[in-house]
Design a protein around this ligand. Structure first.
Ligand code: CMX
Length: 426
């Protein structure tokens, strides 16, 4: 039995009692109300989801288990996973243990590659990646145990089993999709001596002579790992998982949401926009040229990708971390210089548009430039990287939800006619 499993066996039962008592004694306490504009407006700001792995205060950005993101940027993704699940950073032994779990459970089954090879050659890498996860559903230990009649108390144990099995395979699956989809040659076998992020870089096969791409990858996998429970990917995955669909079903469902241009796909769109700028001006533009280009984008009815957020009202600390990395490792790169200039210019432009609530960069505004610098230049692939990282948060949230014994998600919908009646206009 792993240190992680033992730790969770101790931690979960009192937490489950805690929420049950809370609801028993204070269940009628109002924590949010729903306005008509919120019901029609994507439920923005309605507090109706419980998520303990992380929170995103609009004026601070991501906090994982009480620790602000800026204090976690030197951690390994494996440490973050332990933190997401348990609420504590791992000891040395616990970290070794989780690294060993990822190593021992690695190995994407051959049938996955056969399915992916049968897909159209121009399939989107996200469609391939999510298909790869779904096609492994037959491996689910949760589903097998459920069919055998496991008790509710065991749901989280086999959700965790599935989570570790899946996470151990994701870098190999993601790297295999990259090499297959972009004709990079044969797949590269995992190196069991490497950590999760370093192994991913190794299997992408782009080379990393000075080790800086590996540093970026570890940072990338930490920064995108979780963003509370209400975003499209987390909420979709949690909803599907609440039906006791196992993690192969629910993770791929969530990541299908991440593939949307208003969510995770914004990072591919963002770099495309920056490259367009550089091509148009033959290099890094002046601030005036960039300002005009931004207005042209907005006036043609398009969004400026990488800017704005449904919750945040400050510069995303994940963007700040990427900007810091770029300043240290590629400050002379034209793409990075343009990204830094966009940060100077675009918020001033967006602030002039009243309806835009957040003029600041989100995580997607900076990541692509750094990947591009290290030779990962296939934009449609970027959301796959985001997915490998976000799988940490989505699976951790599912393990916690099953341990707490939360019921199936089922909010109530009403027709527009009813909304009009409630507003007294029908
Ligand atoms: N460029 C142009 N218009 C923008 C904008 C931007 N960067 N950000 C917001 N707006 C517009 C919205 O489209 C909306 O317009 P309509 O009322 O005409 O539909 C209006 O401003 C109000 O939007 P908001 O309340 O400020 O923001 P939302 O909560 O509705 O949307 C988001 C948030 C992220 C979808 C939006 O800011 C956006 O489209 N940004 C660009 C895409 C992007 O970077 N997405 C990645 C977000 C991070 C992630 O989830 O992964």
């Amino acid at each position: 039995m792993s240190i992680l499993m033992n730790t969770l066996r101790e931690k979960f039962p009192p937490l489950r009692d805690q929420w049950r008592n809370l609801v028993k004694e204070h269940g009628d306490k109002e924590i949010s109300k729903v306005l008509l504009r919120q019901a029609f407006g994507g439920m923005r700001g309605v507090k109706s989801v419980i998520c303990d792995t992380s929170e995103v205060p609009p004026d601070q950005g991501l906090i994982i288990r009480g620790i602000p993101l800026k204090e976690l940027t030197d951690k390994l993704p494996e440490e973050i996973y332990y933190l997401l699940l348990t609420g504590d950073l791992p000891s040395g032994d616990a970290l070794d243990d989780i690294k060993a779990e990822f190593k021992n459970r690695a190995g994407v089954p051959d049938y996955v590659w056969k399915v992916l090879e049968a897909m159209p050659a121009d399939s989107h890498p996200m469609a391939m990646f999510n298909t790869g996860i779904l096609v492994m559903e037959g491996e689910s230990k949760f589903r097998k145990k459920y069919e055998e009649g496991m008790t509710k108390d065991e749901y989280w144990v086999y959700t965790l089993e599935d989570a570790l099995d899946i996470l151990a395979k994701l870098p190999e699956l993601a790297a295999g999709v990259y090499r297959m989809r972009f004709n990079k040659g044969d797949r590269i076998a995992p190196d069991p001596s490497l950590d999760w992020g370093a192994n991913y870089v190794h299997m992408l096969g782009l080379g990393d002579p000075d080790g800086n791409f590996t540093k970026l990858m570890r940072l990338y996998l930490v920064l995108h790992s979780d963003h509370e429970g209400g975003n499209v990917s987390a909420f979709s995955a949690a909803t599907v998982n609440s039906a006791l669909s196992d993690l192969y079903y629910s993770l791929s469902a969530g990541l299908n949401g991440l593939a949307g241009p208003l969510h995770g796909l914004a990072n591919q769109e963002c770099l495309r926009w920056v490259i367009e700028v550089i091509e148009k001006f033959g290099g890094v533009p002046t601030a005036e040229e960039l300002e005009k280009f931004a207005w042209d984008t907005l006036n043609s009815g398009q969004v400026i990708p990488g800017y704005g957020h449904a919750v945040l009202r400050v510069v995303d600390p994940r963007f700040t971390a990427f900007l810091g990395f770029g300043k240290e490792y590629c400050s002379d790169d034209d793409v990075f210089k343009t990204v830094a200039l966009v940060f100077d210019v675009v918020p001033k432009v967006l602030r002039q548009i009243k309806k835009i609530k957040d003029p600041w960069p989100n995580v997607d505004a900076g990541s692509g430039a750094l990947l591009y610098h290290f030779g990962l230049r296939e934009f449609p692939y970027y959301t796959v990287l985001f997915s490998v990282s976000r799988a940490l948060g989505i699976t951790a949230q599912a393990v916690v939800a099953r341990a707490m014994g939360y019921p199936i998600t089922r909010p109530k919908s009403i027709p527009t006619r009813k909304a009009m009646e409630l507003a007294g206009v029908a």
